[in-house]
Design a protein around this ligand. Sequence first.
Ligand code: ADP
Ligand code: MG
Length: 591
Amino acid sequence: MGCIQKLDQSTILKLAAGEIIDRPVSIVKELVENAIDSGATIIKVHTMQGGIAEIRVEDNGCGIANEDIQLTVEPHATSKLLAFDDIGHVMTMGFRGEALASISEVADCFILSYDGKDALGMALKKTAGQKQELTKKAREQGTTVTISHLFKKIPVRFRFLKSATSEASLITKLMQQFSLHYPSIQFELKNNGVVVLEAPGNHRLADQFSHALNVSSDDVLTFQKVTHGIAVSGVITAPTKTYKQRSKCWFSVNGRMVKSPLFFRALDQALTDVIPNQSYPALVCNIECNTEEVDINIHPKKEDVKFANQDDVFIAIKRAIQSAVYQPAQSWQDSFAAITKTDSPTINQLPITPPTLTRPKEKIEEPFVTQKDVSQSNATMDRMVEFSMASKPSPVLFESAHTIQWVSFKKKYIIVPLNNYVLMFDQHAVHERILYDRFKSEADMSTIVSMPLLMPEYVEVDHGRVEFITSLIPIIRSLGIDFDAFDEHTFIIREVPQYLSKMNFSEWIHSWMDESIIDELRNASIEEKKRMLQMKACKAAVKAGQRLNDAEVRGLIESCIDSPTQFTCPHGRPLYIKMTEQQLDSLFLRS
Ligand code: ADP
Ligand code: MG
């Protein structure tokens, strides 16, 4: 007798369930997708023990007609193929009409729905794989699906579930993703009765983002830019707010959430000088491009994407993100202007004159594979062009000269009270940022003018380091630093850009003599080598605890206000902290 048998329907469904649902988060995903498809504008997800004990998804969508409710748990029953004639769309969302059927095989399922047309709503109860029960019940239009006792009938699977905490965090992550993908839907997530996420669904991505990720709206920057016909828009946390993982970065292409190492390379390069190494922002980056340019694998579970013109996409993303993080502190304008109207006594009068603009050049980008050779850098080295920085008054910030007050604290911090908030600058970080931006933009444009030092500086180094330092000479010279070997273990510095004249040369050279930094430098591209040496030079040129006079403080604040990157020093430390009246009130426990 043959031994091949046909599987019964219930077994088929359990197998299908294995494919669709391996843990609570997959059920939440199916149920929330159904709610979204139903046109809901409010979706509430309540879980118990990370969904292992119970998952409830409630929506205000179209609801299910009384006569259809039984069909929802039948295999291959769907209302969607009829509703969508666009098969591509249907496939991307993975409509197969089997999610509820499969889930109700492996867990207890309770569906209550009202379509706004029947006399009353209808409830369907089905205990894992058993018979169904129907009862009429009142409900506002919409649907509630409650799933409990997951994998009741499949103990093996039950044992494979992770802890309630890790299941809960997967669900949080998923709900964040939904919220960010659908800024016009209001989402709520509770676990064990505690609110985990609340997103308003007011159509504004920035609001949805700050609520879903729990970051202050002050820390959210938006961007929107079209480059080479590729539109890139979204929101990103300010450089002062970073995370250790990049798990809070979401990218979409033509409305579909996807992943690609290309995105992260562009993001990294856009943020090189503003956030610390190995730190990441939270980000939603929506890319819109010609469909012929992009190949998204449309399998519902795959998220790969390929582009016909990778370099264009890379540059478009980089520019868009830079447009957010490289923006002068225009928001301060009102407060500075308002200050002039008050007659409060001043601590130090600080006339503000129109500052000069030193924006980064548009051309900071290289393709992500940089292939520039040393000879090119050498060419710029001998060609020290007369320094002529474009200098024009910022039209937005200061239309007329006026005064602000400031006070210095510990020769480290500069405190500036404005109308609605207080700014506290880290003078060291601001100074470093300013030097670095100037140094970098002049080097990029080959407009560095070097000045001879009064006395050449000699720096002695360990014998073992000489060869390595010698190999860097062409690069150092391309930065406008006249640097040479003097004898077997001494190097000489004769000229530097004028603003680096206070640099501690020995500190600078020794700051890259550490094993790990040498390694990093060895493996870096030429551009990256330059950047590292420049950053370290600026650090060595700035003294902490320096007393500054009025003019210097004024200059520092002006430059900071007008700095293309108002947020962080090149190492990613914040330049200033802003304290609003409300924040102070709450510190003083004023309600
Ligand atoms: P699919 O989503 O692939 O159609 P499901 O098993 O997830 O399959 O759902 C089956 C059907 O049940 C859907 O096609 C839809 O008609 C109905 N349905 C499920 N959830 C909802 C909901 N929240 N609101 C309205 N209808 C729903
Ligand atoms: Mg579905």
